[in-house]
Structures are given as structure tokens and as C-alpha cells.
Design a protein around this ligand. Structure first.
Ligand code: ZN
Length: 498
């Protein structure tokens, strides 16, 4: 190691953590390149390189050096107090180290290998619309996840152990409580709204890609991205930040609709969170969003609370309409805003509107728990899935590709991740309410093309803090209350109820 043993222990720990953080960012860069530029022939070599970098980062973290320094620094950590940045650094490093060292290296290797095999099987199964091709791989993923969860015997349930990786401090019981309340309200709201006719003519297109690219660039400029940000095209849109200040978004253009605009605003929300972290936290484990749900609360804020608001379109529709002179010539702004806010129960989660979206997530959350506990057999998943879609959304699933095989998550071993999407929706409205109290009428600001007050408020209250506070504590600091589905349900009712 490059650190002189004579330097103070906190400095030595910071240097080790900086190296680990560098490796994590390299992983992100490899991932980004893989999805944006890498020719398919690079896949095998990339998997090796990625595996090596991941292993090195893990080994560095669980190495004796980090553990010994954390023990040595325990008294300092107590002394520094809760709001100190170094105190937070020690707290977060200790938590990451504790979790990482519980999992045997052999299991980590096996999880990584299985993801590679299972995601390839998922792709084949989805293309053939045949769940049977994926079932043995899902079975294997569940076995490994049970083994992984067993590394954390203090968790109340195996699902709690998985959830903790994405949403620190959140429990299955708490999510279930919130989701039960949501489902009770959403199912009747969806059936009430499904009666209404949706005018989709406004969004029929065609929408040439070049103009869509121009529209996205105009929106990003107004939202206030730095010139250095990238926007590329991928099959599945995502945001990546391989270094503090280095933000890369992707989107997907289709000439048949304008979803690219909304996915660009969504990914902007992820990107602006990462970009807004206090530069002082660079190269520490604090230099990223605090949890998956808080991250999603920000992507949903910019996609839905801003991007589907009336004010936003009062500003942007006069810019958008001339870009698509053919498709939008006869479409008034109100018809257009109605179309981008249409509520229509459908089969596909990622295409779902704000009202039906939660029901897609709640089903996955319950099904994952049942699978992990062995209460539902893998072979019965399509049947359970299809029955629930009928019950909650009134839709018939025609085949596995449009049902149980639609999402990549189980293929890549993301079990316990889905609930964070909906928790993010709930949090987004709680944070939004507080922003409105302090900033005044946001809709009027958007109508003038002003997004800076909101962005800077969010930077101040959320983004700059990085991982200094765990998710629910951050939420309490920002909003004054714990996780609460009421503001979210109020928002949906007042926006969508007839
Ligand atoms: Zn997202």
C-alpha cells in the first residue's frame, strides 16, 4: 500500500476508501461503455475485466487494513457526532465494511457468474416468450439469494436482508404497510378512471428522431445541465456518473411516440442528484445518492411532477409543436397534456401511467417475498402473475413476454429492488410538498421556463448531502415527517380524479 503508516489513521482510511471508490467508478464506466459503445464481440472480455475490478474493490474493502483502521477510529467516530462529515464517513464505511465482510468470497463469485448466465437465459426466454427457459435460472437465483440473506441473521426475514442493500433501514413489514394502504386506494381509483375515454390521437406521430433529439436538448438546457453532460441512445435508458461532475444519460427514441422526452427527464433526475453531491465528498463512499428509493424520488420528480405538469407544457408546448409540424399541427396544448397524462391499465410496468404504476410494483413485491419464502413455486409464477394482473388492473396477459418475463431484474439478481421504485414515488411527493411551501407556485415558474429555483432547492436539501444521512432520516430532515403515502395519494386523486 501507498500510505505511510506514520500518517494519522483517518487519513490512511480515507486513502483506502478513495481507491475503492475509484474502482467503483471504473465499474460504472465499463458498464456505461458496454451499453453505449462496445461492439458485441467485446462481451466476453468485458465480463472478465468487470469481474476483476468488482473483485478488487471487494477485496480492498474487506481487507484487514480497512477493518483495523475502523476499530482504531471507533473512539473518534463517537467523538465526531452525528452531523460531522467525517463522522458520517466513518459510519457509512463501517456499515459497508460490515455488510461486505459477512459474505464469503465464493458466494460473491457465484452470484456474479450466475447473473451472467441467467440474464442470457432471460433474453432467450423473453424472445421465445417461454418462461420455462428461464425458470431453472430463477430457481438458482433464489437459492443464492437465500444463501446471501442467511449471511445477515439479524434481519427479521430473508427479504429484509435483500432490501437493506438498496434501502438502508427499510423493512419488509414497513413496505407492506405502505403498499397495503396504496393498493386499497389505487385499485378502485384505477377502475374508476378506466371508464374514461383516452384520446390518444394527440400522440400518434410520426415524431422524427432528429426533432426529438432537439427537444430533449432544449429541455436539458432549461433544466440546467452542464455542457459536459452526454446524452446517448441505448435499448434501456439509464444514467451513469463515472466521476463526480461526469454525468452521462441515455434515452431511446421511437418515431411512434414521445416517451424519449420523459425518459430523458427521468434520467436527468438521477443525473442531477449525482452531479449535485458536495464536491468535498468526492472519492469517498458518501459521494452518491443515499438510496435507490431516494434516487428514484428525484427521477420521478423531474419526469412526472415537473415533466407532466401543466406549467411545464405551458412553457414547452409552444416550442415542441413547431418541431413536429405534421403530427401536432391540429393538437391543442390541453389535448396534448391530457394525452401525456392518460390513465390506462396496461401490461407493461415501464409504460405504465402514474396511477397504475404502483400496482405493477406491489404485485412484484408480494410475489418476490412468496418466492423467496418458498410459498409460491417457480413454475407457478406465470399463473400467479396473470391472475393478479386481471384482479388489480383488469388486463389479460397474452403471453410470458408481456407478463412475467418483461423485466430484466430477476435475470440480473435484483430481488428486493422493485419496491424502491414505488417508495420513490411516495417520497417524491413528500419532498415536493415541502419545496412548494418554500418556493411558492412551482407551476407558474415552470410556465416561464424557470427550473433553477427547484433544482437549487433540491441540491441544497437533498443532493449535496450524498450518503451523509440514511434515507428515512434524510426524508425526515427535508420534510419533517417519516415515509407517508398520504401526500402521494392526495396528489394522484387531485390530479386524476374526475
Ligand atoms: Zn429511475
Amino acid at each position: 500500500l501507498t500510505v505511510a503508516t506514520a500518517s494519522p489513521p483517518l487519513d490512511r482510511l480515507k486513502l483506502l476508501l478513495a481507491e475503492i471508490e475509484d474502482l467503483r467508478r471504473v465499474e460504472q464506466l465499463l458498464d456505461w461503455d458496454q451499453h453505449v459503445f462496445m461492439p458485441p464481440a467485446g462481451a466476453a472480455a468485458r465480463a472478465e475485466a468487470h469481474g476483476t475490478v468488482t473483485r478488487l474493490a471487494h477485496e480492498l474493502l474487506v481487507s484487514g487494513a480497512v477493518g483495523e483502521l475502523l476499530v482504531e477510529l471507533e473512539p473518534l467516530e463517537r467523538e465526531l457526532g452525528h452531523d460531522s462529515v467525517d463522522g458520517a464517513l466513518l459510519r457509512v464505511a463501517r456499515r459497508d465494511w460490515e455488510r461486505a465482510r459477512r459474505v464469503p468470497a465464493a458466494l460473491i463469485g457465484e452470484l456474479y457468474r450466475t447473473n451472467g448466465v441467467a440474464v442470457a437465459a432471460w433474453e432467450r426466454a423473453k424472445a421465445a416468450s417461454d418462461f420455462g427457459l428461464f425458470a431453472p435460472h430463477l430457481e438458482r437465483q433464489l437459492e443464492l439469494k437465500r444463501e446471501y440473506a442467511a449471511c445477515f441473521p439479524e434481519a427479521a426475514t430473508p427479504y429484509d436482508a435483500l432490501l437493506e442493500d438498496y434501502e438502508q433501514g427499510m423493512t419488509t413489514a414497513r413496505v407492506a404497510e405502505v403498499f397495503t394502504e396504496l393498493r386499497r386506494a389505487l385499485v378502485p381509483l384505477v377502475s374508476e378512471l378506466a371508464e374514461r375515454r383516452v384520446d390518444e390521437a394527440a400522440l400518434r406521430g410520426p415524431f422524427p428522431v432528429e426533432q426529438q433529439r432537439a427537444a430533449c436538448a432544449r429541455i436539458l438546457e432549461a433544466f440546467g445541465t452542464a455542457k459536459s453532460w452526454r446524452l446517448d441512445e441505448t435499448v434501456h435508458p439509464f444514467a451513469s456518473s463515472p466521476g463526480l461532475g461526469d454525468v452521462r444519460l441515455t434515452t431511446k427514441f421511437r418515431t411512434t411516440d414521445l416517451t424519449a422526452l420523459f425518459s430523458t427527464m427521468h434520467e436527468f433526475g438521477h443525473g442531477v442528484y449525482e452531479a449535485g453531491v458536495d464536491p468535498q465528498l468526492a472519492r469517498t463512499p458518501l459521494a452518491t445518492g443515499t438510496s435507490a428509493a431516494v434516487h428514484e424520488s428525484q427521477s420521478r420528480t423531474w419526469e412526472n411532477l415537473v415533466g407532466r405538469s401543466d406549467g411545464f407544457w405551458r412553457w414547452f408546448y409552444p416550442i415542441l409543436q413547431p418541431l413536429f409540424a405534421d403530427a401536432l399541427a391540429d393538437v391543442g396544448r390541453e389535448a396534448f397534456v391530457g394525452a401525456v397524462n392518460a390513465v390506462k391499465p396496461g401490461l407493461i410496468r415501464v409504460d405504465a401511467d402514474e396511477v397504475t404504476y404502483g400496482l405493477h410494483i406491489i404485485m412484484r413485491f408480494e410475489l418476490e417475498q412468496a418466492l423467496l419464502a418458498g410459498d409460491v413455486a417457480v413454475r407457478d409464477v406465470p399463473k400467479a402473475w396473470n391472475a393478479r394482473m386481471r384482479e388489480d388492473l383488469g388486463v389479460e396477459v397474452p403471453d410470458d413476454a408481456h407478463g412475467v418475463l418483461q423485466d430484466i431484474h430477476w435475470g440480473v439478481g435484483l430481488i428486493g429492488y422493485f419496491p424502491t421504485y414505488q417508495l420513490g414515488n411516495v417520497m417524491s411527493v413528500q419532498i415536493w410538498r415541502r419545496a412548494e411551501e418554500q418556493l411558492g407556485d412551482l407551476d407558474e415558474q415552470f410556465a416561464r421556463g424557470q427550473f433553477e429555483p427547484l433544482r437549487e432547492w433540491l441540491r441544497d436539501h437533498v443532493y449535496r448531502l450524498g450518503r451523509r444521512y440514511p434515507p428515512e432520516e434524510l426524508l425526515e430532515r427535508v420534510t419533517g415527517s417519516a415515509l407517508d403515502p398520504a401526500p402521494y395519494l392526495d396528489y394522484l386523486r387531485s390530479k386524476f380524479s374526475p
